[in-house]
Design a protein around this ligand. Structure first.
Ligand SMILES: [Zn+2]
Length: 330
């Protein structure tokens, strides 16, 4: 089973303008961070969805948490605020059931190192009592816990600290932060260990699993790469230098432990689309019948709609096609 993570950008666009730097607002910048984190986690083979399809849209925080039903983890990205400009530490707010305390500690340490904060990283729990029950104070954590998913809030230091605010506004820094957080999460979930390998000969790092679309670069023999998935067609999906691409299996050592594709069963006759732009006529002309078995290459959300990527031989060529996820039982 592939790991599934739901990512949340804490606030809507324009929310919480930094009092020390008007160029920064938490809503927009944490939106950027959660998308960068999505890309980095996907490079580890994680299935990642987001709580909102547009940064202008707001959503009730409790409902963001309950949207995490079926996910292994729910993460909400924030920057913190203090009345003191010198306050500078990352804090990860974890559920009081302790299901994510270790992960929270690891992420807090990772951020403290990546951002070089003045004070050390830490975790925090906040609860309230109603009747005879204790609840997590923050809605997204409470909602996630209610549906059985560990939910955490990451405060990436303080946007009331001028140095850290400037740091977060730098695009390279934000990417570095996303990369560091993804690595810690992947390691905690035991994902990336199996996928590490080295090239056994000089080879190309291709953009697609064919040579027609060209390559990003040539990799020297012995280059460390992370294999995300064996495509079972002579190619492996791989991650190198922050990019996801493809390598011929003949150029890498056989590595075990990678998850294969998931199978799905069609629950209702559904048309196979050549792309996911709903406003265009995009049908391939093929209908997949109810109860048919399909191999799911990946799942993703676009404009709030969930899709499955499948392959279909069209005119003798294996072609990427799409099915709405609501009609597939995976
Ligand atoms: Zn916030």
């Amino acid at each position: 089973m592939a790991i599934k993570i739901l990512l949340d950008a804490g606030h809507y666009s324009g929310y919480n303008v930094s009092p020390v730097n008007s160029k920064y607002n938490e809503g927009d910048r944490m939106w950027d961070l959660h998308l960068l984190l999505k890309t980095e986690l996907e490079a580890y083979g994680v299935t990642v969805d987001t709580t909102r399809s547009s940064k202008a849209a707001d959503k009730d925080v409790y409902n963001r948490g309950t949207a995490g039903k079926g996910y292994d983890l729910v993460i909400s990205e924030h920057s913190n605020a203090s009345t003191t400009e010198t306050t500078d530490y990352p804090v990860v707010i974890v559920p009081f059931n302790d299901k994510a305390t270790t992960l929270g500690e690891l992420i807090a340490q990772t951020i403290a190192e990546a951002m070089d904060t003045a004070q050390s990283g830490r975790t925090m729990k906040r609860t309230y009592v109603s009747g005879n029950n204790t609840y997590d104070y923050y809605g997204i954590i409470r909602g996630a816990v209610a549906v059985g998913a560990p939910g955490i809030i990451i405060e990436n230091s303080f946007h009331t600290n001028p140095k850290m605010t400037a740091w977060l506004l730098d695009d390279d820094n934000l990417k570095k932060l996303a990369k560091a957080e993804a690595k810690t999460i992947a390691e905690y979930l035991g994902i990336n260990i199996n996928g590490k390998t080295k090239t056994t000969s000089k080879c190309n790092f291709y953009k697609k699993s064919n040579i027609v679309n060209g390559s990003y670069c040539t990799l020297a023999k012995g280059t460390a790469v992370t294999i995300v998935e064996d495509q079972k067609n002579g190619w492996s999906k791989a991650s190198y230098n922050g990019k996801t691409g493809f390598i011929k299996n003949t150029c890498i050592k056989n590595i075990s432990g990678l998850s294969g594709y998931k199978k799905g069963i069609i629950t209702k006759d559904v048309s196979l689309r050549s792309n996911t732009l709903v406003e265009k006529s995009t049908d391939t002309g093929f209908i997949i019948k109810k109860d048919a078995k399909v191999t799911i290459i990946s799942t993703f959300t676009q404009n709030g709609r969930k899709w499955c990527n499948v392959k279909k031989k069209i005119n003798g060529k294996s072609t990427d096609c799409y099915i709405v996820k609501s009609k597939v039982n995976i």
